[in-house]
Design a protein around this ligand. Structure first.
Ligand code: GLN
Length: 484
Protein backbone atom coordinates (compact mmCIF):
# COMPACT_ATOMS: atom_id res chain seq x y z
CA UNK A 1 0.00 0.00 0.00
CA UNK A 2 2.90 2.37 0.70
CA UNK A 3 3.86 2.28 -2.98
CA UNK A 4 0.69 4.13 -3.91
CA UNK A 5 0.77 7.80 -4.80
CA UNK A 6 -1.63 10.21 -3.11
CA UNK A 7 -3.83 10.26 -6.21
CA UNK A 8 -3.96 6.46 -6.13
CA UNK A 9 -4.71 6.38 -2.39
CA UNK A 10 -7.55 8.86 -2.89
CA UNK A 11 -8.96 6.71 -5.67
CA UNK A 12 -8.55 3.50 -3.66
CA UNK A 13 -10.45 5.06 -0.77
CA UNK A 14 -13.30 6.21 -2.99
CA UNK A 15 -13.51 2.81 -4.69
CA UNK A 16 -13.37 1.09 -1.29
CA UNK A 17 -10.29 -1.03 -2.01
CA UNK A 18 -9.22 -0.16 1.52
CA UNK A 19 -10.36 2.15 4.29
CA UNK A 20 -8.57 5.15 5.72
CA UNK A 21 -8.14 3.26 9.01
CA UNK A 22 -6.45 0.41 7.12
CA UNK A 23 -3.99 2.55 5.21
CA UNK A 24 -3.30 4.70 8.28
CA UNK A 25 -2.55 1.60 10.34
CA UNK A 26 -0.29 0.34 7.55
CA UNK A 27 1.76 3.54 7.69
CA UNK A 28 1.87 3.55 11.48
CA UNK A 29 3.21 -0.01 11.40
CA UNK A 30 5.85 0.94 8.85
CA UNK A 31 6.90 3.92 10.94
CA UNK A 32 7.17 1.70 14.03
CA UNK A 33 9.31 -0.79 12.10
CA UNK A 34 11.59 1.56 10.19
CA UNK A 35 11.77 5.01 11.73
CA UNK A 36 14.26 4.08 14.44
CA UNK A 37 16.93 4.10 11.77
CA UNK A 38 15.52 6.82 9.47
CA UNK A 39 14.49 9.29 12.24
CA UNK A 40 12.06 11.13 10.01
CA UNK A 41 9.59 11.81 12.81
CA UNK A 42 9.90 13.74 16.04
CA UNK A 43 6.38 12.80 17.16
CA UNK A 44 4.09 10.05 15.87
CA UNK A 45 0.37 10.33 16.70
CA UNK A 46 -1.20 6.85 16.39
CA UNK A 47 -4.38 7.50 18.37
CA UNK A 48 -5.09 10.88 16.88
CA UNK A 49 -4.40 9.53 13.39
CA UNK A 50 -6.68 6.53 13.79
CA UNK A 51 -9.47 8.76 15.13
CA UNK A 52 -9.06 11.09 12.14
CA UNK A 53 -9.05 8.07 9.83
CA UNK A 54 -12.28 6.73 11.33
CA UNK A 55 -13.90 10.14 10.87
CA UNK A 56 -12.64 10.21 7.28
CA UNK A 57 -14.11 6.76 6.63
CA UNK A 58 -17.46 8.04 7.90
CA UNK A 59 -17.24 11.01 5.52
CA UNK A 60 -16.32 8.74 2.63
CA UNK A 61 -19.28 6.48 3.43
CA UNK A 62 -21.63 9.45 3.71
CA UNK A 63 -20.49 10.75 0.33
CA UNK A 64 -19.27 14.14 1.54
CA UNK A 65 -15.55 13.54 1.18
CA UNK A 66 -13.08 15.93 -0.47
CA UNK A 67 -10.23 14.97 -2.78
CA UNK A 68 -7.84 14.13 0.07
CA UNK A 69 -10.26 12.83 2.71
CA UNK A 70 -8.71 9.82 4.44
CA UNK A 71 -5.22 10.31 2.99
CA UNK A 72 -2.41 10.03 5.57
CA UNK A 73 0.07 12.92 5.60
CA UNK A 74 2.87 14.21 7.81
CA UNK A 75 3.47 17.77 8.96
CA UNK A 76 6.81 19.41 9.49
CA UNK A 77 7.20 20.10 13.21
CA UNK A 78 7.23 23.84 12.54
CA UNK A 79 3.43 23.93 12.15
CA UNK A 80 1.52 24.37 15.40
CA UNK A 81 -0.81 21.48 16.13
CA UNK A 82 -3.35 21.84 18.89
CA UNK A 83 -2.80 19.29 21.64
CA UNK A 84 0.26 17.78 19.93
CA UNK A 85 3.84 18.72 20.81
CA UNK A 86 5.32 21.31 18.39
CA UNK A 87 9.07 21.59 18.84
CA UNK A 88 10.62 23.21 15.75
CA UNK A 89 13.32 20.60 16.57
CA UNK A 90 14.58 22.81 19.39
CA UNK A 91 15.21 22.02 23.04
CA UNK A 92 13.59 25.42 23.56
CA UNK A 93 10.20 23.99 22.57
CA UNK A 94 10.70 20.41 23.73
CA UNK A 95 7.84 20.88 26.20
CA UNK A 96 5.57 23.03 24.00
CA UNK A 97 2.05 21.90 23.20
CA UNK A 98 0.42 24.42 20.91
CA UNK A 99 -2.95 25.76 22.05
CA UNK A 100 -4.09 26.21 18.43
CA UNK A 101 -3.62 24.81 14.93
CA UNK A 102 -1.66 26.55 12.18
CA UNK A 103 -3.91 27.59 9.29
CA UNK A 104 -2.19 24.99 7.09
CA UNK A 105 -2.99 22.26 9.62
CA UNK A 106 -6.56 23.51 10.00
CA UNK A 107 -7.05 23.56 6.21
CA UNK A 108 -5.72 20.04 5.76
CA UNK A 109 -7.69 18.74 8.74
CA UNK A 110 -10.82 20.24 7.25
CA UNK A 111 -10.02 18.51 3.97
CA UNK A 112 -10.09 15.24 5.90
CA UNK A 113 -6.40 14.30 5.77
CA UNK A 114 -4.98 12.14 8.54
CA UNK A 115 -1.89 13.42 10.35
CA UNK A 116 0.53 10.54 11.03
CA UNK A 117 2.92 12.76 13.00
CA UNK A 118 5.33 15.66 13.05
CA UNK A 119 8.55 15.47 11.07
CA UNK A 120 12.11 16.21 12.01
CA UNK A 121 13.81 19.39 10.79
CA UNK A 122 16.75 21.67 11.42
CA UNK A 123 16.33 23.65 14.62
CA UNK A 124 14.03 26.60 13.81
CA UNK A 125 14.51 25.64 10.12
CA UNK A 126 18.10 26.85 10.12
CA UNK A 127 20.23 24.48 8.10
CA UNK A 128 20.59 22.40 4.96
CA UNK A 129 21.28 18.96 6.40
CA UNK A 130 18.92 18.56 9.35
CA UNK A 131 21.99 18.18 11.57
CA UNK A 132 20.98 21.10 13.81
CA UNK A 133 17.94 19.20 15.11
CA UNK A 134 17.75 18.60 18.86
CA UNK A 135 16.27 15.18 18.03
CA UNK A 136 19.02 13.67 15.88
CA UNK A 137 19.52 13.71 12.15
CA UNK A 138 17.23 11.93 9.68
CA UNK A 139 19.05 9.64 7.29
CA UNK A 140 18.84 9.85 3.53
CA UNK A 141 16.85 6.75 2.53
CA UNK A 142 19.02 6.41 -0.60
CA UNK A 143 22.19 6.10 1.48
CA UNK A 144 21.87 6.18 5.23
CA UNK A 145 25.42 7.51 5.64
CA UNK A 146 24.21 10.69 3.98
CA UNK A 147 21.99 13.60 4.97
CA UNK A 148 18.42 13.96 3.75
CA UNK A 149 18.90 17.71 3.37
CA UNK A 150 17.27 20.46 5.34
CA UNK A 151 15.59 22.09 6.88
CA UNK A 152 12.56 19.94 5.92
CA UNK A 153 14.78 16.82 6.07
CA UNK A 154 12.33 14.78 8.13
CA UNK A 155 9.49 15.40 5.67
CA UNK A 156 11.73 14.37 2.77
CA UNK A 157 13.09 11.30 4.56
CA UNK A 158 9.54 10.26 5.51
CA UNK A 159 8.25 10.47 1.94
CA UNK A 160 11.35 8.89 0.36
CA UNK A 161 11.31 5.99 2.86
CA UNK A 162 7.56 5.67 2.28
CA UNK A 163 6.76 6.41 5.90
CA UNK A 164 4.22 8.96 4.63
CA UNK A 165 2.78 9.38 1.14
CA UNK A 166 3.24 13.16 1.26
CA UNK A 167 4.28 15.83 3.76
CA UNK A 168 4.22 19.54 4.41
CA UNK A 169 7.43 21.51 4.52
CA UNK A 170 8.56 25.10 4.71
CA UNK A 171 11.11 26.91 2.63
CA UNK A 172 12.93 30.11 3.60
CA UNK A 173 15.96 29.76 1.37
CA UNK A 174 15.60 26.25 -0.04
CA UNK A 175 14.28 24.03 2.73
CA UNK A 176 11.65 22.28 0.61
CA UNK A 177 13.52 22.16 -2.71
CA UNK A 178 16.92 21.07 -1.39
CA UNK A 179 15.75 18.05 0.68
CA UNK A 180 13.40 17.09 -2.17
CA UNK A 181 16.40 17.18 -4.51
CA UNK A 182 18.61 15.13 -2.18
CA UNK A 183 15.88 12.52 -1.63
CA UNK A 184 14.61 12.14 -5.21
CA UNK A 185 11.26 13.84 -4.54
CA UNK A 186 9.02 16.55 -5.95
CA UNK A 187 8.91 19.56 -3.65
CA UNK A 188 7.14 22.83 -4.33
CA UNK A 189 7.70 26.16 -2.62
CA UNK A 190 4.78 28.36 -3.65
CA UNK A 191 4.91 32.09 -4.26
CA UNK A 192 5.54 34.05 -1.05
CA UNK A 193 2.08 34.79 0.36
CA UNK A 194 0.30 31.87 -1.31
CA UNK A 195 0.14 29.75 1.87
CA UNK A 196 -0.71 31.23 5.26
CA UNK A 197 2.14 31.59 7.75
CA UNK A 198 -0.23 31.76 10.71
CA UNK A 199 0.83 29.15 13.25
CA UNK A 200 4.00 28.35 11.31
CA UNK A 201 6.82 29.16 13.71
CA UNK A 202 8.63 32.17 12.26
CA UNK A 203 12.25 32.08 11.11
CA UNK A 204 12.56 34.91 8.54
CA UNK A 205 9.10 36.30 8.00
CA UNK A 206 9.70 37.97 4.64
CA UNK A 207 10.92 34.66 3.18
CA UNK A 208 9.17 31.79 5.02
CA UNK A 209 6.64 29.90 2.92
CA UNK A 210 4.86 26.60 3.47
CA UNK A 211 4.66 24.02 0.71
CA UNK A 212 4.64 20.35 -0.15
CA UNK A 213 7.09 17.45 -0.47
CA UNK A 214 5.55 14.72 -2.62
CA UNK A 215 6.45 11.82 -4.87
CA UNK A 216 5.26 13.60 -7.99
CA UNK A 217 3.78 16.84 -9.31
CA UNK A 218 0.22 15.54 -9.49
CA UNK A 219 0.25 14.74 -5.75
CA UNK A 220 1.88 18.08 -4.96
CA UNK A 221 -0.91 19.89 -6.83
CA UNK A 222 -3.56 18.01 -4.85
CA UNK A 223 -2.09 18.87 -1.47
CA UNK A 224 -1.28 22.48 -2.35
CA UNK A 225 -4.92 22.92 -3.35
CA UNK A 226 -6.11 22.17 0.17
CA UNK A 227 -3.21 23.96 1.83
CA UNK A 228 -3.48 27.38 0.17
CA UNK A 229 -6.12 29.79 1.46
CA UNK A 230 -6.88 33.43 2.09
CA UNK A 231 -6.14 34.15 5.72
CA UNK A 232 -6.75 37.44 7.48
CA UNK A 233 -4.60 36.18 10.36
CA UNK A 234 -1.47 36.46 8.18
CA UNK A 235 -1.09 40.04 6.96
CA UNK A 236 1.32 38.97 4.21
CA UNK A 237 -1.03 36.29 2.90
CA UNK A 238 -2.01 37.15 -0.66
CA UNK A 239 -5.52 37.93 -1.80
CA UNK A 240 -4.82 36.41 -5.23
CA UNK A 241 -7.49 33.94 -6.32
CA UNK A 242 -6.63 30.35 -5.34
CA UNK A 243 -6.16 28.76 -8.76
CA UNK A 244 -7.00 25.22 -9.72
CA UNK A 245 -3.37 24.14 -9.46
CA UNK A 246 -3.87 20.94 -11.42
CA UNK A 247 -5.89 22.57 -14.21
CA UNK A 248 -3.20 22.46 -16.90
CA UNK A 249 -1.15 19.44 -15.76
CA UNK A 250 -1.89 17.61 -19.00
CA UNK A 251 -1.44 20.55 -21.37
CA UNK A 252 1.39 20.46 -23.87
CA UNK A 253 4.52 22.56 -23.45
CA UNK A 254 4.65 23.37 -27.15
CA UNK A 255 6.06 26.86 -27.59
CA UNK A 256 6.78 27.45 -23.88
CA UNK A 257 9.96 29.42 -23.37
CA UNK A 258 12.32 28.17 -20.67
CA UNK A 259 15.16 30.43 -19.55
CA UNK A 260 18.44 28.78 -18.59
CA UNK A 261 20.49 31.08 -16.32
CA UNK A 262 24.14 30.90 -17.34
CA UNK A 263 25.12 31.68 -13.72
CA UNK A 264 23.59 28.36 -12.58
CA UNK A 265 26.03 26.22 -14.54
CA UNK A 266 29.36 27.69 -13.46
CA UNK A 267 32.11 26.61 -11.09
CA UNK A 268 30.97 24.64 -8.07
CA UNK A 269 28.42 22.55 -9.95
CA UNK A 270 29.15 18.81 -9.74
CA UNK A 271 29.73 17.45 -13.27
CA UNK A 272 27.27 14.55 -13.12
CA UNK A 273 24.64 16.84 -11.59
CA UNK A 274 25.15 19.30 -14.43
CA UNK A 275 24.89 16.50 -16.99
CA UNK A 276 21.64 15.18 -15.52
CA UNK A 277 20.15 18.67 -15.56
CA UNK A 278 21.28 19.26 -19.15
CA UNK A 279 19.67 15.99 -20.20
CA UNK A 280 16.41 17.05 -18.55
CA UNK A 281 16.52 20.35 -20.41
CA UNK A 282 16.99 18.47 -23.68
CA UNK A 283 13.90 16.45 -22.78
CA UNK A 284 11.97 19.72 -22.53
CA UNK A 285 13.23 20.72 -25.94
CA UNK A 286 12.03 17.38 -27.28
CA UNK A 287 8.61 18.11 -25.79
CA UNK A 288 8.33 21.34 -27.77
CA UNK A 289 9.69 23.91 -25.35
CA UNK A 290 12.21 26.49 -26.43
CA UNK A 291 15.38 26.87 -24.35
CA UNK A 292 16.81 30.36 -24.07
CA UNK A 293 19.99 31.33 -22.24
CA UNK A 294 19.33 34.12 -19.75
CA UNK A 295 21.40 36.34 -17.51
CA UNK A 296 20.75 36.75 -13.78
CA UNK A 297 23.72 39.02 -13.10
CA UNK A 298 23.31 39.44 -9.35
CA UNK A 299 23.11 35.72 -8.54
CA UNK A 300 26.41 35.62 -6.65
CA UNK A 301 25.18 38.29 -4.23
CA UNK A 302 22.16 36.24 -3.15
CA UNK A 303 23.78 34.07 -0.48
CA UNK A 304 25.55 36.98 1.26
CA UNK A 305 22.38 39.12 1.16
CA UNK A 306 20.29 36.25 2.50
CA UNK A 307 22.71 35.66 5.37
CA UNK A 308 22.15 39.24 6.50
CA UNK A 309 18.39 39.41 5.96
CA UNK A 310 17.38 35.98 7.28
CA UNK A 311 19.42 36.19 10.51
CA UNK A 312 18.25 39.79 11.07
CA UNK A 313 14.61 38.71 10.88
CA UNK A 314 15.37 35.60 12.93
CA UNK A 315 17.00 37.63 15.70
CA UNK A 316 13.78 39.63 16.04
CA UNK A 317 11.45 36.62 15.72
CA UNK A 318 13.32 34.51 18.23
CA UNK A 319 13.29 37.20 20.92
CA UNK A 320 9.89 35.81 21.96
CA UNK A 321 11.60 32.74 23.43
CA UNK A 322 12.49 34.31 26.75
CA UNK A 323 11.77 31.56 29.26
CA UNK A 324 8.70 33.45 30.48
CA UNK A 325 5.74 32.78 28.21
CA UNK A 326 6.50 29.34 26.84
CA UNK A 327 9.32 26.98 26.11
CA UNK A 328 12.39 26.08 28.09
CA UNK A 329 13.01 27.86 31.40
CA UNK A 330 16.25 27.48 33.32
CA UNK A 331 16.23 26.22 36.91
CA UNK A 332 16.44 28.62 39.85
CA UNK A 333 16.98 31.96 38.10
CA UNK A 334 18.51 34.56 40.39
CA UNK A 335 16.76 37.47 38.68
CA UNK A 336 14.95 38.32 35.45
CA UNK A 337 18.12 38.88 33.42
CA UNK A 338 19.52 35.56 34.59
CA UNK A 339 16.22 33.90 33.59
CA UNK A 340 16.41 35.33 30.07
CA UNK A 341 20.06 34.61 29.56
CA UNK A 342 20.26 31.10 30.90
CA UNK A 343 16.93 30.00 29.40
CA UNK A 344 18.10 31.10 25.96
CA UNK A 345 21.66 29.82 26.42
CA UNK A 346 20.32 26.39 27.39
CA UNK A 347 17.39 26.24 24.98
CA UNK A 348 19.00 27.24 21.68
CA UNK A 349 21.60 25.27 19.74
CA UNK A 350 24.80 26.67 18.22
CA UNK A 351 23.49 27.48 14.73
CA UNK A 352 20.49 29.34 16.15
CA UNK A 353 22.78 31.34 18.42
CA UNK A 354 25.07 32.13 15.50
CA UNK A 355 22.11 33.49 13.51
CA UNK A 356 20.81 35.57 16.43
CA UNK A 357 24.23 37.13 16.94
CA UNK A 358 24.78 37.87 13.24
CA UNK A 359 21.26 39.23 12.90
CA UNK A 360 21.39 41.46 15.98
CA UNK A 361 24.73 42.81 14.78
CA UNK A 362 23.43 43.59 11.27
CA UNK A 363 20.47 45.45 12.76
CA UNK A 364 22.44 47.40 15.34
CA UNK A 365 22.49 51.20 15.06
CA UNK A 366 26.05 51.47 13.79
CA UNK A 367 25.79 48.73 11.17
CA UNK A 368 22.21 48.86 9.91
CA UNK A 369 23.06 50.96 6.84
CA UNK A 370 26.19 49.01 6.02
CA UNK A 371 24.61 45.58 6.24
CA UNK A 372 20.84 45.37 6.53
CA UNK A 373 19.92 48.25 4.23
CA UNK A 374 22.57 47.16 1.71
CA UNK A 375 21.25 43.59 1.75
CA UNK A 376 17.72 44.86 1.10
CA UNK A 377 19.02 46.83 -1.89
CA UNK A 378 20.73 43.73 -3.23
CA UNK A 379 17.50 41.82 -2.74
CA UNK A 380 15.76 44.33 -4.97
CA UNK A 381 18.41 43.90 -7.68
CA UNK A 382 17.96 40.14 -7.57
CA UNK A 383 14.18 40.49 -7.93
CA UNK A 384 14.72 42.81 -10.90
CA UNK A 385 17.00 40.23 -12.56
CA UNK A 386 14.11 37.76 -12.46
CA UNK A 387 11.58 40.35 -13.57
CA UNK A 388 13.67 41.17 -16.61
CA UNK A 389 14.17 37.50 -17.44
CA UNK A 390 10.45 36.81 -17.19
CA UNK A 391 9.77 39.48 -19.80
CA UNK A 392 11.22 36.99 -22.31
CA UNK A 393 10.55 33.55 -20.87
CA UNK A 394 7.68 31.65 -19.21
CA UNK A 395 9.84 29.61 -16.83
CA UNK A 396 13.40 29.35 -15.61
CA UNK A 397 15.13 26.01 -15.07
CA UNK A 398 18.43 24.77 -13.69
CA UNK A 399 19.90 22.63 -10.93
CA UNK A 400 18.36 22.72 -7.45
CA UNK A 401 21.64 22.02 -5.64
CA UNK A 402 25.30 22.07 -6.62
CA UNK A 403 25.72 18.37 -5.77
CA UNK A 404 23.83 15.33 -4.50
CA UNK A 405 23.43 14.31 -0.84
CA UNK A 406 26.62 14.70 1.20
CA UNK A 407 27.86 12.60 4.11
CA UNK A 408 26.69 13.17 7.66
CA UNK A 409 29.13 15.51 9.38
CA UNK A 410 30.82 16.52 6.12
CA UNK A 411 29.87 20.21 6.36
CA UNK A 412 29.05 20.74 10.02
CA UNK A 413 32.36 22.39 10.82
CA UNK A 414 32.17 24.80 7.88
CA UNK A 415 29.02 26.96 7.99
CA UNK A 416 29.89 28.72 4.72
CA UNK A 417 30.12 25.40 2.82
CA UNK A 418 26.72 24.55 4.29
CA UNK A 419 25.30 27.96 3.30
CA UNK A 420 26.48 27.48 -0.31
CA UNK A 421 24.24 24.42 -0.57
CA UNK A 422 21.41 26.88 -1.26
CA UNK A 423 23.18 28.92 -3.92
CA UNK A 424 20.53 28.18 -6.57
CA UNK A 425 17.48 28.22 -4.32
CA UNK A 426 18.11 31.39 -2.28
CA UNK A 427 17.81 33.89 -5.18
CA UNK A 428 14.32 32.54 -5.89
CA UNK A 429 13.35 32.94 -2.23
CA UNK A 430 14.60 36.51 -2.13
CA UNK A 431 12.40 37.25 -5.16
CA UNK A 432 9.39 35.43 -3.63
CA UNK A 433 8.86 33.30 -6.74
CA UNK A 434 7.25 29.85 -6.89
CA UNK A 435 9.69 27.03 -7.57
CA UNK A 436 9.82 23.29 -7.55
CA UNK A 437 12.47 20.59 -7.48
CA UNK A 438 11.84 17.34 -9.32
CA UNK A 439 14.13 14.33 -9.70
CA UNK A 440 15.87 14.22 -13.08
CA UNK A 441 18.70 11.72 -12.84
CA UNK A 442 21.54 10.60 -10.62
CA UNK A 443 25.06 11.60 -9.71
CA UNK A 444 27.27 8.97 -8.07
CA UNK A 445 24.12 6.88 -7.78
CA UNK A 446 22.27 9.55 -5.78
CA UNK A 447 19.23 11.59 -6.86
CA UNK A 448 19.67 14.90 -8.68
CA UNK A 449 17.02 17.63 -8.64
CA UNK A 450 15.93 19.92 -11.45
CA UNK A 451 14.67 23.31 -10.26
CA UNK A 452 11.71 24.82 -12.12
CA UNK A 453 10.92 28.47 -11.38
CA UNK A 454 7.77 30.33 -12.41
CA UNK A 455 6.37 33.85 -12.44
CA UNK A 456 4.70 35.04 -9.24
CA UNK A 457 1.55 33.00 -8.56
CA UNK A 458 2.13 30.66 -11.51
CA UNK A 459 2.22 27.47 -9.42
CA UNK A 460 -0.15 26.01 -12.00
CA UNK A 461 2.43 26.49 -14.75
CA UNK A 462 5.30 25.16 -12.65
CA UNK A 463 3.29 22.04 -11.80
CA UNK A 464 2.41 21.58 -15.46
CA UNK A 465 6.09 21.82 -16.40
CA UNK A 466 6.92 19.21 -13.76
CA UNK A 467 4.08 16.87 -14.66
CA UNK A 468 4.84 16.92 -18.37
CA UNK A 469 8.41 15.87 -17.60
CA UNK A 470 7.12 13.13 -15.31
CA UNK A 471 4.82 11.82 -18.01
CA UNK A 472 7.84 11.38 -20.26
CA UNK A 473 10.34 10.02 -17.71
CA UNK A 474 10.38 7.69 -14.70
CA UNK A 475 12.86 9.25 -12.24
CA UNK A 476 10.02 10.17 -9.89
CA UNK A 477 8.85 6.55 -9.67
CA UNK A 478 12.17 5.21 -8.33
CA UNK A 479 12.41 4.32 -4.70
CA UNK A 480 15.42 3.59 -2.49
CA UNK A 481 16.56 -0.03 -2.23
CA UNK A 482 16.04 -1.91 1.01
CA UNK A 483 12.93 -0.02 2.06
CA UNK A 484 10.38 -1.92 -0.01
N1 GLN B 1 19.55 26.43 4.45
C1 GLN B 1 18.99 27.75 4.55
C2 GLN B 1 19.25 28.30 5.92
O1 GLN B 1 19.87 27.66 6.67
C3 GLN B 1 17.53 27.74 4.24
C4 GLN B 1 16.73 27.18 5.33
C5 GLN B 1 15.26 27.26 5.05
O2 GLN B 1 14.84 27.39 3.90
N2 GLN B 1 14.46 27.20 6.11
O3 GLN B 1 18.83 29.36 6.25
Amino acid sequence: MHQLTVAQIAQGLREKHFSSVEITQHYLDRIAAKDDSIRAYITVCPERALAQAAAADARLAAGNAGALTGVPIAHKDIFCTKGVKTTCASKMLDNFIAPYDATVVENLDRAGTVMLGKTNMDEFAMGSSNETSFYGTPRNPWDQERVAGGSSGGSAAAVAAQLAPIASGTDTGGSIRQPASLCGLSGIKPTYGRVSRWGMIAFASSLDQGGVIARNAEDAALMLQDMASHDAKDSTNSGQPIDDFGATLNDSLQGKRIGIPKQYFGAGLDTETGNAVQAALEQYRAMGAELIEIDLPHTELAVPAYYVIAPAEASANLSRFDGVRYGHRCDNPTDLMDLYMRSRAEGFGDEVKRRIMVGAYALSAGYYDAYFRKAQQVRRLISQDFQQAFADVDFIAGPTCPQPAFKLGEKTSDPVAMYLEDIYTIPVSLAGLPAMSIPCGTSHGLPVGLQLIGRHFDETGVLQLAHQYQRATDWHTRTPAGLE
